[in-house]
Ligand binder design. Structure first.
Ligand code: DGY
Length: 323
């Protein structure tokens, strides 16, 4: 019997074709109504593959045959892991393959915010460059400054290396536990959040989203940052209380921000858009041709492993795996 797969987002056509050779594949049409298409396909589905859609218990109640959700992402905050485990549904993700690309983007965002690249690009294109720019448009140095990283996982470490070896930065970090090897390699210092916020020129969020990290940066934390500080978020939007950030940027309590992720995505309108001292991106941390393809291939491998009865490489909930 051929098993049924639902592609719910983000899978290149070549990989859909590859899956179609072995499985019945339903691809959700991004132009159509997502919920009704998913609802129709779920009762027969053995596997789901895709990313950037919330799939909680309310969506999955009717997925009685579901064996695996293969997420084309490293983050898995769109799923209820405990619920999936209770139901014996495997959840897989795509770590490693996006680490360097996402760290590149983090650094690009940091540089853009520091040197005000989007703002000055728009200024040139608007034909406003009539004479040498003055202090009002100067940026801030990056080289030799202090980079504070909140969440020293794979991506945090890759970002720290760029800062340390590319820009001679001092590295501070918070994490669940100290990382002695990294400290040795990068001369990095483990500290608490308050110290990191007070001592860093650039604060970069790379932490996962969960109950303990929700709104971890709010009005109080922004107040702790230096007035010349710049806040970067390449983790998840809800790590920051966006209303508090808007207030801090408006009142110049910090110098600037660079966000790749937002409390609500996609974000079509926001008070943040009226501010010059923020760089906004549409969640593109891993969005290069090479990396997105590598993530999709890895997700296909995880999906097919489970459907073939083999333990997948990237199992988020190993408790769901019955040997
Ligand atoms: C991830 O993989 O978690 C990135 O944020 C892209 O969704």
């Amino acid at each position: 019997m051929r098993k049924n797969i639902v592609v719910f987002n983000r899978l290149p056509a070549a990989l859909v074709q590859q899956l179609s050779e072995t499985y019945n594949v339903t691809v959700i049409d991004p132009q159509g109504d997502f919920d009704s298409q998913l609802k129709r396909a779920l009762p027969e589905a053995h596997g789901l593959i895709g990313a950037s859609k919330r799939l909680g218990r309310e969506q999955l109640a009717e997925a009685q045959n579901l064996e695996v959700i293969s997420s084309v992402s490293v983050g898995y905050d769109s799923y209820e892991v405990d619920y999936l485990t209770e139901r014996g549904i495997m959840l897989t993700n795509t770590p490693d393959v996006l680490t360097q690309t996402t760290a590149d983007l983090g650094f690009a965002l940091l540089m853009s915010a520091a040197r005000r690249l989007p703002e000055l690009d728009a200024y040139v294109k608007a034909g406003q460059w009539h004479q040498s720019i003055g202090e009002a448009q100067f940026g801030t140095d990056v080289y030799g400054k202090t980079l504070g990283i909140i969440g020293m996982g794979r991506i945090g470490a890759a970002l720290a290396k760029r800062g340390r070896f590319g820009f001679d930065m001092n590295i501070l970090y918070t994490a669940n536990s100290p990382k002695p090897d990294l400290e040795k390699e990068l001369d990095a210092a483990f500290c608490d959040l308050k110290t990191l916020l007070q001592s860093s020129d650039f604060v970069c969020l790379v932490a996962p989203l969960n109950e303990s990290t929700y709104h971890m940066i709010g009005a109080y934390e922004l107040q702790l940052m230096q007035p010349s500080g710049i806040l970067i978020n390449i983790g998840r939007g809800p790590l920051i209380d966006e209303a508090a950030l808007y207030d801090a940027l408006c009142n110049e309590r910090i110098r600037g921000a660079g966000l790749d992720v937002f409390e609500r995505e996609p974000l079509e309108a926001s008070p943040l858009f009226s501010l010059k001292n923020i760089v906004t991106l549409p969640h593109i941390g891993s969005a290069t041709h090479e990396t997105r393809y590598a993530m999709a291939e890895r997700a296909v491998a995880n999906l097919t492993a489970v459907l073939n009865g083999t333990r997948p490489r990237d199992l988020v909930n190993p408790q769901a795996w019955a040997d």
